[in-house]
Design a protein around this ligand. Structure first.
Ligand code: AMP
Ligand code: ZN
Length: 475
C-alpha cells in the first residue's frame, strides 16, 4: 500500500520511498529523564508508535532508535544557558543525577508499556555514547565548523553551513533573538550552539567527562546526531519528534550531521503537534505543574483510553486535553469493547471470509497509511461493527489486525469484560442490587441511586438490560 507522510523539510505530503526496499529506519527524539513524562510527551510517543506499526503492517522491517537524554540538557535550550535539567532534578529530590536518570527512565518505560507502545529496537542513553559525541565534535572541528568561547565551550559556527535553517524554511531571522531576554555576546551568530560545554571552574558537576578541549559535557544536540549515525548509518529514512524540535534541535542536528555525511542525512522529517490545555497552552515539564500518566490512572481511566483519545486527533493538529474529552473518549472506547466482547461470545463460530477480511483490512490500513489518519480508521472500525454481512470469525480476525495496527488492545479488554461478566457477585452485592430493584419498583429514585453508588464503590456495576438487571464486575 502507498504510504504518505507530511515531510517538514519539503512542507509537502510525500509518498514514502525507502532507502532499502522493505526496510525502514527511524530515529525519534526520546525523553529527558529528569522528571516524569507528561501526557504531551506521551502523545508524541503514541504517534511514533502508530508510525512504526503502520510500516510493520505494510510489510516493512522497521529499525527504530529512540534516545534517552540523561545529560547536558539545559533549562534554556535555545541559547545553551541555564541549569542542567538533570542536576536540577537531582537537587530537587536530593538524589544523585544517576539515580534520577534511572528512576525516571524506569517510570517512563512503565508509562510506555502501559500505553502499549512497542519498545524501540535500540534505546541508547546519551551517557553511554560520550566517546561518539566527542568524535563528532572532533570531526566538525577538523572540517572548520567550530570555535571556542573561553570558559564556556566549543561552539558550532552556523554561518559556515549554507543550508542552515532549511528545515524551518530557511528563514531564521528573529529565531531566538525575539524570544530571548539575554544574548550570549561571545557567539559569532545568534544561532550558533554549543557542541561541548566546559564544566564551571568553581563547581564540580556530577556528570562530566574528559575531552580534547577540557572537562565538560556534550551539548544537547550532539547525542542525537552521534547516536543515530552510529545505529542507523549516515543516511536513514525518517526522523521524528515533537513540533518544538524542528526550529532549534533538529535544525542543529542537521547542521552537525550533514557536513560529516556529505549528503542529505535524513529523507523524511515528521513532527507531531502539541498536546495543549483548554486555553491552548502547551503542556510542559518546565511549567512545574503538569499531568503525567499517573493522573490518568489515579482518576480511574485505563491508559488505553488516553491512547484512544490521542488517536481521535491528527498528528499535525494540536489537541486540547480535558477530562471531559477523556470521558467522551472513554465512552467511545468502552462502546467498542462492549461490541467486541459480544462478538467473542458469539456462539456460532463460522469460517473466516477472506474476501471480506481483505476489503476491511484495506479500508482500515489505508487511512493510517495516508498520513496517519487514525481518526478515519476509527470511523471505519465503527462501520465494521455495524456491518451485518461480515461474520464473527472474520470480525475477530480483523480486530486482531486492528490491535496490531493501532495497539488499542480491543480483544484483550473485551476478554477481560467477558471474564468480569461471568464472575458471580458476592451475596452482599446481590442483596444491594435486590434492594435497589425494590427501590426502583417503588419509584424511590434517590434510594436507587444511592444503592447504585454503593455497588459501584465496591467494584461492581448494575446494568439494566432488556432481559433484566445484571451485576457485572467493573474492569
Ligand atoms: P522532552 O522529554 O522534553 O525532551 O520531550 C520528549 C518529546 O516530547 C519530544 O519529542 C518533544 O518534542 C515532545 N513534547 C514536548 N512537549 C510536548 C507536548 N506538549 N505535546 C506533545 N509532545 C511534546
Ligand atoms: Zn533529538
Amino acid at each position: 500500500m502507498t504510504i504518505k507522510l507530511f515531510n517538514t523539510m519539503t512542507r509537502k505530503i510525500e509518498e514514502f520511498k525507502p532507502l532499502v526496499a522493505g526496510k525502514m529506519g527511524f530515529y525519534s527524539c526520546g525523553p529527558t529523564v529528569y522528571h516524569y513524562a507528561h501526557i504531551g510527551n506521551l502523545r508524541t510517543m503514541i504517534h511514533n508508535d502508530i508510525l512504526k506499526r503502520m510500516f510493520i503492517e505494510n510489510g516493512y522491517d522497521v529499525h527504530h532508535v529512540m534516545n534517552i537524554t540523561d545529560v547536558g540538557h539545559l533549562t534554556s535550550d535555545d541559547d545553551d544557558s541555564g541549569d542542567d535539567k538533570m542536576e536540577r532534578g537531582a537537587a530537587r529530590e536530593n538524589k544523585s543525577v544517576w539515580d534520577i536518570a534511572k528512576f525516571y527512565t524506569d517510570e517512563f518505560l512503565h508509562d510506555y508499556d502501559d500505553l502499549n507502545i512497542m519498545r524501540p529496537t535500540d534505546m541508547p542513553r546519551a551517557t553511554d555514547y560520550i566517546a561518539e559525541q566527542i568524535e563528532l565534535v572532533k570531526k566538525l572541528e577538523e572540517l572548520g565548523y567550530t570555535y571556542e568561547i573561553p570558559d564556556d565551550g566549543i561552539y558550532y559556527d552556523t554561518s559556515k553551513f549554507a543550508a542552515y535553517g532549511a528545515l524551518t524554511g530557511g528563514s531564521l531571522s528573529g529565531n531566538r533573538a525575539g524570544a530571548r531576554v539575554e544574548f550570549n555576546d561571545a557567539k559569532r551568530n545568534p544561532t550558533d550552539f554549543a557542541l561541548w560545554k566546559f564544566s564551571p571552574r568553581d563547581k564540580k558537576r556530577q556528570m562530566e567527562w574528559d575531552s580534547p578541549w577540557g572537562v565538560g559535557f556534550p551539548g544537547w544536540h550532539a547525542e542525537c546526531s552521534a547516536m543515530s549515525m552510529k545505529l542507523l548509518g549516515n543516511h536513514f529514512d525518517i526522523h521524528t519528534g515533537g513540533e518544538d524540535l524542528s526550529r532549534v534541535h533538529h535544525t542543529n542536528e542537521i547542521a552537525q550531521s550533514e557536513p560529516i555525511t556529505g549528503a542529505p542525512w535524513v529523507n523524511y522529517w515528521v513532527h507531531f503537534s502539541f498536546l495543549v490545555d483548554k486555553s491552548g497552552e502547551k503542556m510542559s515539564k518546565s511549567n512545574g505543574e503538569f499531568l503525567g500518566l499517573n493522573a490518568v490512572r489515579n482518576r480511574g481511566y485505563d491508559p488505553m483510553i488516553y491512547r484512544y483519545f490521542i488517536l481521535l486527533g491528527h498528528y499535525q493538529t494540536q489537541l486540547a486535553f480535558s477530562w471531559d474529552a477523556m470521558d467522551a473518549a472513554a465512552n467511545g472506547y468502552k462502546n467498542i469493547i462492549r461490541r467486541v466482547a459480544d462478538i467473542l461470545t458469539d456462539s456460532a463460530p463460522d469460517k473466516m471470509d477472506v474476501e471480506k477480511y481483505n476489503v476491511w483490512h484495506d479500508k482500515i490500513l489505508s487511512p493510517v497509511s495516508d498520513n496517519m489518519k487514525t481518526a478515519e480508521a476509527l470511523v471505519q472500525i465503527q462501520e465494521l461493527l455495524r456491518d451485518k454481512t461480515t461474520n464473527a470469525s472474520t470480525k475477530i480476525a480483523l480486530f486482531e489486525f486492528i490491535d496490531r495496527l493501532l495497539g488499542l488492545q480491543f480483544i484483550d479488554r473485551a476478554k477481560q469484560l467477558n471474564d468480569a461478566e461471568s464472575e458471580t457477585a458476592p451475596a452482599e452485592i446481590v442483596a444491594l442490587a435486590n434492594e435497589r430493584a425494590t427501590a426502583k419498583a417503588a419509584r424511590d429514585w434517590a434510594r436507587a441511586d444511592e444503592l447504585r453508588a454503593q455497588i459501584d464503590a465496591a467494584g461492581w456495576t448494575v446494568v439494566d438490560t432488556r432481559d433484566g438487571t445484571k451485576i457485572v464486575k467493573k474492569i
